[in-house]
Design a protein around this ligand. Structure first.
Ligand SMILES: *Cc1c(COP(=O)(O)O)cnc(C)c1O
Length: 547
């Protein structure tokens, strides 16, 4: 079963209706002129790169979107990236409406004033209480839409079937499961390290009993789970029989869906404060794989008046080091650790691999979506030479390929050209936040405004407070998870505070009794071939059930 073009995809648009922001290319240059459907179903490009639109659309009429509801705004934003010949507007509206009907907040992503010029964008009102729901609710419906359309009139083994395989340390897995549960022609396998995800996250995943959802508890670490997934994607055997799909943030549809809340929160701020349309706002984003903040970069390029995008990292700070030094490397060069001057809790030894912090969803060694920004930086650099667009794109693809090769072979690259680093600094600033500072911010926010932050959101707020010392503009800090998902860190920060009770201040009713519910999970050994056999057997059973 392949994702190749068929009569129902719109790859043969008339040339005059071709819109560059609705056609896609790979950051590494060898895979180009793809439709939205193709990039969503393929996930990763054939040349190992990530898909981006050929051009960022300019939203000349963005101010007229001010009073739209979240789903209606999403329709406007997404329409710029998806050709109506691929998904007719009414169908797209249906997909969007279904995706956000599962959110508990009427505004989908409400904006809350914390104090002074600081606002918090609450992104955790979806089914799993994490910001990843915003994208994965949409992606699940999108997968189903494409598959159902491909399968019109097909029965049995002729049907296209997508087998989604992913590894999780918590948040992605539960959001992916809730996005894909019960979807037609899709099976989902989520690997988590047994006993190493928080009890709430484990229960969120394993209490989903839909037949197409398979939780695999691996005896090993999160890295072991990721290695197994990578081995499966590289295995010709399983790839020739099954059509594997990815739900991690390399999937373009996830970035796309996240652009919407930058616009939406800007309008919320205009409506609730003295801000005028056109005034600049700073966005602060707790970052790991760079997907969330990259969506902000697209919003900015589309025309939203963003003063700066402030990257907030935890002690896994590869992004912060890039902005400070122009070098992108897994391990900092000797003597480099102290230079940022932010490690108030001491210069810790950077050992091999990822550092475990209080904000596990940001514990990464390299940020996969950073490659997408690199492409735009390289393109801008190439364009200075005044050659045609095709040449600039080719240059950008070659530059990104060589950086990525170096990252793979020697663990890093750079310093990048000064002009490239300068364009990165024009749009972004960065901050690194330690565990100790995270805990302090959870405490001070509770004391000051009686609000409980989760550790990831607290990293954003810490970075926002630093940025507010430099800039007068209003700050919107993104809140990426509900505090109840990270009870350990929240209790650590607030257990001795007067008036704090986890049950009363934090725990949502949806989490009550969750851990006692019926669960379905398969224990597996840390061996990718054993996992492959389980995946094959269970998909075959599911397909038989459909026949
Ligand atoms: C995934 C995640 C992040 C990081 O987002 P990226 O898009 O990977 O940068 C931050 N906070 C939480 C709670 C997350 O789940």
């Amino acid at each position: 079963m392949s994702n190749g073009t068929n009569g129902q995809t719109a790859t043969d648009d008339a040339a005059d209706s071709r819109n560059a922001s609705q056609r896609y290319l790979s950051t590494r240059g060898d895979d180009y002129d793809l439709s939205f459907e193709e990039v969503v179903l393929k996930g990763l490009a054939t040349d190992g790169g990530l898909y981006i639109p050929e051009a960022v659309p300019e939203a000349t009429n963005w101010q007229s979107w001010k009073d739209l509801s979240f789903p209606d705004l999403a329709l406007e934003v997404l329409s710029l990236y998806i050709a109506p010949s691929e998904i007719p507007r009414d169908d797209l509206k249906g997909i969007i409406d279904r995706s956000y009907s599962t959110f508990r907040a009427p505004e989908t992503t409400p904006l809350r004033h914390l104090h002074d010029n600081l606002y918090l964008l609450e992104l955790f009102h979806g089914p799993t209480f994490a910001f990843k729901d915003v994208a994965l609710q949409f992606l699940g419906n999108l997968f189903e839409y494409f598959l159902v359309r491909k399968n019109v009139g097909k029965t049995g083994t002729d049907r296209h079937h997508l087998t989604v395989v992913g590894a999780t340390s918590g948040d992605t897995g539960s959001a992916a499961i809730y996005g894909l549960r019960g979807k037609k022609d899709v099976s989902v396998f989520i690997l988590h390290p047994k006993g190493r995800v928080s009890p709430v996250q484990e229960a969120q995943m394993t209490t989903v009993l839909d037949a197409n959802v398979h939780n695999l508890a691996v005896k090993g670490t999160f890295d072991d789970c990721q290695d197994i997934v990578k081995a499966l994607f590289a295995d010709p055997d399983i790839n020739s029989t099954f059509n594997l799909g990815a739900v991690n943030s390399i999937n373009w549809a996830r970035i796309l869906a996240q652009i919407v809340y930058y616009f939406y929160s800007y309008f919320s701020l205009v409506k609730s404060s003295g801000l005028t349309l056109g005034d600049k706002v700073r966005y602060v984003v707790p970052s790991g794989n760079f997907g969330d903040i990259l969506a902000g970069y697209f919003a900015h390029r589309m025309g939203l008046p963003i003063g700066k995008l402030v990257i907030a990292t935890n002690e896994n700070d590869i992004l912060d080091r890039f902005w400070k030094t122009g070098r992108y490397e897994k391990k900092p060069a000797k003597g480099e650790e102290a230079k940022g001057g932010l490690a108030v809790d001491g210069v810790e030894a950077h050992e091999e691999g990822v550092k475990e912090t209080l904000s596990p969803a940001m514990d990464i060694l390299v940020s996969s979506n950073f490659e997408r920004l690199l492409w735009f930086l390289a393109y801008e650099f190439a364009a200075v030479a005044g050659m045609d667009d095709e040449w600039n794109r080719k240059q950008a693809g070659q530059e990104v390929s060589s950086w990525m090769k170096e990252l793979k072979s020697s663990g890093g690259f750079g310093p990048v050209y000064q002009d490239v680093h300068a364009s990165a600094k024009r749009d972004f600033e960065s901050e690194r936040v330690s565990d100790a500072q995270t805990v302090d911010t959870i405490k001070s926010c509770f004391r000051k405004v009686d609000y409980v932050l989760d550790p990831h959101s607290a990293i954003g707020v810490t970075a926002a407070l630093r940025s507010m010392d430099r800039a007068q503009e209003p700050h919107i800090s993104l809140s990426t998870a509900h505090p109840a998902k990270f009870a350990g860190a929240v209790e650590l920060a607030l257990k001795d505070e007067a008036g704090f009770s986890f049950e009363e201040k934090v725990l949502p009713p949806e989490f009550l009794g969750l851990e006692a519910k019926e669960k379905r999970v398969t224990d597996v050994v840390n061996d990718w071939k054993a996992v492959r056999e389980i995946v094959k057997r269970q998909v075959e059973e599911e397909l038989k059930g459909l026949a």
